[in-house]
Ligand binder design. Sequence first.
Ligand code: FES
Length: 185
Amino acid sequence: MSTTRIFATSLRSLRTNPILASSHHVISRGHRIINSPRSCAVLSSATLRPFSTTRIQRHGHITPPKPGEELYVTFIDKEDKEHRIAVSAGDNLLDIAQANDLEMEGACGGSCACSTCHVIVLDEEHYDKMPEPEDDENDMLDLAFGLTETSRLGCQVVMTKELDGLRVKLPSMTRNLQASDFTQK
Ligand code: FES
């Protein structure tokens, strides 16, 4: 149940409860319920904070491409089997792989803190069209098994028109090391 709904339900029960509605009650720090002839009111509006929401991040969820706007990416799995997939601009390789049941672990959920989404870009032409990896990505790539000159982290590669026809190889192994493994305890 959403926070708004819980609050509305609580307020409704306060209004209809004869015991609670007959006197003043403090329901939380800074929020006092008063009894008025017909309804209760919440005081201290200055202390009320607006509800806010954050977009839910789901991995393995991609946007189906619109007809005529498909971009293509080919994954070559550990058994050298090719998987050519039609995708939309804006989806990243981790989400695409997971949505298509390809073996890409993505242990950190795409937050650039592991190397289990390591891919090897097969065409240098496509590799050169990708934005340079940030420092975080380079740090994690240093931990990747079988690092190559054209290695990238799948969660950091976002499909664009320029990358249409991209071909990436999944390495034979990944190493599940996370940044937290290297912090002092
Ligand atoms: S999923 Fe961990 S860095 Fe990409």
